[in-house]
Design a protein around this ligand. Structure first.
Ligand code: ZN
Length: 454
């Protein structure tokens, strides 16, 4: 490698940029992402990079900047969102949540982990390509979007619908992975490659009203209770996505031969029997494990009745259904009707919100490139694919054809448990080491993916 890169300076610039991004309050609602977007546009202009702003509504800004290579090749998209979740009580913070304080080895503030840290890292990777005037193939795209925390209607979803060409890429790096996960004696870095589908639905049960002092069997509330009880006790058959299979098998292997045996039973779809309890050092809970291997439904809301002595003639309840790859809404609907049992002709099902499963393959060359770069940069460490039970903006770029992976490595100073405690919570912060590591590892992935001649 002839190109000399000053990683320490780039790390410091990233740290400062994160602090400045946090100082621009982009709490969603209302969003106001323009504050951070205008700042980014200025910083890009300072590097001699033009960028374009896209807005469905004023103040809900999205920014895209592109660096075309000198040769044909793959398009790599660096995708992050700039909105952050609200701060319920700033008094509980050690440093004010929009101070961007750099103290005790951390950058503090709302968005430090989700995900202005990654925006700052992506920016540094992007400017590195520009400053070094590299000869590379394809195109590097920097996208910072609005509204991820409230469904992306003003952000990636809208951009993908309105300006698909702006977001279209072969490969994408975004949030969702890069957390160090200690399993037995081994450290793994997670790579998010698949997200469960979502179906929020309202079930309306009809009945006959009457006086509470004269009970009769056509009570909408008791009928709903019967259905809810059956739904809660239903277990969908296992359906194991390739990423989940690899996660369980690798984790089992790291925990020793006894646990590996259990892991192999777990990933066997024909084996539905009761399993021995998970070992104490299991990296995930039994609850999460269950959600990874099958479609699930949780009843979450219910409403019936107007008065103490009136039997309700209708009852509505809400189900939160999360689908694994291979299961469809249609199949879940059929199952629900079966579970509604003798009441199946007395219910209506209405969709509140839904999106499909979103998945990128783990046998893609870009995935392999992430894996090999992690091994080179972090000796002794391995990678492990994960599935999210929630969703990120990956799903919109996957729909446009990109292989998208959630990956930006955090240092081992922050464990998965640390991160989970801080994300969307008080005293959100990221350690400076993680910022330096992120810039270095993502830069190396991008340099290789775009075949940069160094
Ligand atoms: Zn996020």
């Amino acid at each position: 490698m002839t190109l000399k890169i000053d990683w320490a300076t780039l790390g410091k610039e990233t740290t400062l940029m994160l602090s400045e991004l946090i100082q621009r309050d982009t709490t969603n609602p209302p969003g106001n992402e323009y504050k951070a977007i205008e700042y980014l546009q200025q910083k890009l202009a300072h590097e001699g990079i033009a960028s374009e702003i896209f807005e469905k509504e004023r103040r809900r800004s999205n920014l895209i900047a592109r660096l075309p290579g000198k040769r044909p090749g793959k398009k790599l998209l660096l995708l992050s969102h700039l909105d952050v979740v609200p701060v319920p009580d700033p008094q509980r913070w050690k440093y004010p949540p929009f101070s961007g304080a750099i103290a005790e080895g951390y950058v503090w503030g709302r968005g430090a982990l989700d995900m202005k840290n990654i925006t700052a890292i992506h920016f540094s990777v992007f400017t590195l390509f520009k400053r070094a005037n590299l000869d590379f193939a394809g195109e590097l795209i920097f996208a910072a979007t609005a509204d991820e925390e409230k469904g992306s209607n003003y952000g990636a979803e809208w951009l993908a619908q309105t300006y698909p060409e702006q977001l279209r890429a072969d490969w994408c790096l975004t949030e969702g992975g890069g957390m160090p996960l200690q399993i037995g004696p081994k450290t793994f870095y997670t790579i998010e490659s698949v997200e469960k589908g979502l179906w929020w639905l309202k079930v309306r049960v009809k009945g006959t009203s009457g006086h509470g002092s004269l009970p009769h069997p056509d009570n909408a509330l008791t009928k709903a209770a019967h259905i809810i009880d059956r739904v809660s006790h239903h277990t969908f058959p296992k359906k194991i996505a390739p990423a989940v299979r690899e996660f369980i098998v690798k984790a089992g292997e790291a925990l020793g031969p006894e646990i590996k045996k259990i892991a192999l039973m777990l990933v066997d779809e024909s084996c539905e029997g009761e399993l021995p309890p998970l070992p104490e050092n299991s990296p995930i809970s039994a609850t999460l494990l269950n959600a990874l291997v099958r479609t699930t439904i949780s009843p979450t809301m219910i409403r019936a009745g107007v008065k103490e002595n009136v039997i309700p003639d209708s009852c509505e309840f809400v189900l939160d259904c999360r689908l694994v790859p291979g299961d469809t809404q249609q199949k879940v609907r059929e199952t629900l009707l079966e579970l509604a049992d003798r009441y199946k002709n007395e219910i209506e099902i209405e969709t509140i919100q839904s999106h499909d499963v979103s998945e990128s393959p783990i046998d893609d060359p870009f995935y392999a490139l992430i894996e090999s770069t992690v091994k080179e940069e972090l000796p002794g460490v391995e990678t492990i694919p994960i599935m999210l039970t929630g969703a990120t903006d990956s799903r919109f770029v996957r729909e446009l054809g990109a292989k998208s992976y959630g990956f930006c490595p955090l240092s081992t100073k922050m464990s998965l448990a640390d991160r989970e405690k801080l994300i969307h919570s008080d005293n959100e912060r990221v350690d400076i080491e993680s910022l330096e590591l992120g810039v270095r590892v993502l830069s190396k992935i991008a340099l290789k993916a775009l075949e940069a001649r160094l």
